[in-house]
Ligand binder design. Structure first.
Ligand SMILES: *Cc1c(COP(=O)(O)O)cnc(C)c1O
Length: 374
């Protein structure tokens, strides 16, 4: 390989449903760092390896870019001139950026008042048409599907199968970084596309199933070239106020500070259950308080600032380690789905306010003296 990294389609071309004719609309997404946490296991007094796959370092600050490069490339290949999505924020930010890159129109439906400021600013800045609805994500999702029936619009939500195809590449990257699967892979679950995509990726990597070209049976190049000998146990964490997988049915009024997973009617319901069951994993829920505590803990102990929804995976793993559900000696990968800068309001609210003093040496000295290590 020569030259610089040019995005996940070029890197994993042989494992994706693209051809020479597919225009590659990319912002060089993917190839995100897998960061080992050294302080967290010590704080928890556990002999485990915990690593974070920091998807907040994608071009628009979330894993949505992995799916969007595929969805928009395929939309453009099919001659589409406009895309539409419902979004809790990050899908709209990503769709807006990739549509700008492709030179096509982008329409986004977002829940009024329930979107993090950073995400809204991205959708607006990239020139998409932002439509705030008096309703939640699930209302937006239903409306998008209705609109696309009669209008010339390509849906780029995760019901678009190309989204999951792009997102499955996270599994390939983890496998290539670690040499084989971790014991556990934990991530937040909202619309449930991402846990499904992780599982497609891990499964293809061991030659188990191929989601890439619906026609192939056993003799498929994706399946022959194995990247791993085994698959991880998948753990999906939800916010307590938006936990349909814990309730066993859809939830009508989802509520959580983790707005990216404020979803009560997940589209990839069956696939997510399959990922959990086939992997021998589980779903669990964490309260908003636990999620925010984990977000802060990660930021202060490891220097990684993820958004609240992403911290559900950390909150989840910490408690499951304490409870012994995840044993000593385990290697655990947590997907940190989005960047903390997306939601500055929530970050500022839970942090110590800046100290205000006169612009005098003595005043500042006394503040420093109070905080220096003894
Ligand atoms: C979209 C999103 C999620 C949820 O992913 P799903 O595929 O909807 O389950 C979690 N965290 C962040 C930051 C997101 O943007």
């Amino acid at each position: 390989m020569t030259g610089h990294y040019t995005g996940l389609i070029n890197r994993y071309r042989a494992r994706l449903p693209v051809s020479e004719a597919t225009p590659v609309i990319t912002l060089n997404e993917g190839d995100t760092p897998l960061v080992e946490f050294f302080n967290l296991p010590k704080l928890l007094r556990k002999k485990v390896r915990i690593l974070g796959k920091f998807e907040g370092l994608n071009p628009t600050g979330s894993f949505k870019d992995r799916g969007m490069t595929m969805a928009v490339s395929k939309a453009v290949e099919s001659g589409s001139q406009a895309i539409i999505c419902a979004s809790t924020g990050n899908t709209s930010a990503s769709a807006a950026a990739y549509a700008a890159r492709a030179g096509i129109r982008c329409f986004v439906l977002i829940p009024e008042g329930k979107i993090a400021l950073g995400k809204l600013s991205q959708a607006m800045m990239h020139g998409s048409v932002v439509i705030q609805i008096r309703g939640n994500f699930d209302d937006g999702m239903r409306l998008v599907q209705e609109l696309a029936e009669t209008m010339p619009l390509d849906i780029v939500n995760s019901i678009n199968p190309f989204r999951l195809q792009g997102q499955k590449t996270i599994a390939f990257e983890v496998l290539q970084a670690l040499g084989d699967a971790p014991d556990y892979h934990a991530l937040p679950v909202g619309n449930a596309g991402n846990i499904s995509a992780h599982w497609i990726g891990y499964s293809e990597a061991v030659g188990k199933r191929c989601g890439s070209c619906n026609q192939c049976e056993n003799d498929c190049p994706h399946l022959r070239d194995k990247l791993a000998t085994r698959r991880p146990i998948m753990i999906g964490y939800q916010a307590s106020g938006a936990a349909p997988f814990m309730r066993g049915h859809m939830v009508d009024e989802p509520e959580t500070v983790a707005t990216a997973i404020r979803i009560g009617h997940p589209v990839s319901w069956d696939m997510a259950w399959a990922a959990k069951n086939e992997s021998g994993g589980w779903f669990d829920e964490r309260t908003d308080e636990e999620i925010l505590h984990a977000q802060k803990l990660l930021a202060e102990s490891e220097g990684i600032f993820c958004e609240p929804a992403s911290a559900a995976s950390i909150a989840g793993v910490c408690k499951d380690l304490e409870r012994g559900l995840i044993g000593d000696g385990s290697t655990i990968v947590c997907t940190l789905t989005g960047h903390g800068l997306k939601d500055p309001d929530t970050a500022i609210e839970q942090s110590t306010k800046p100290v205000v003093v006169d612009a005098k040496r003595g005043a500042i000295e006394s503040v420093i003296a109070q905080h220096l290590p003894q």
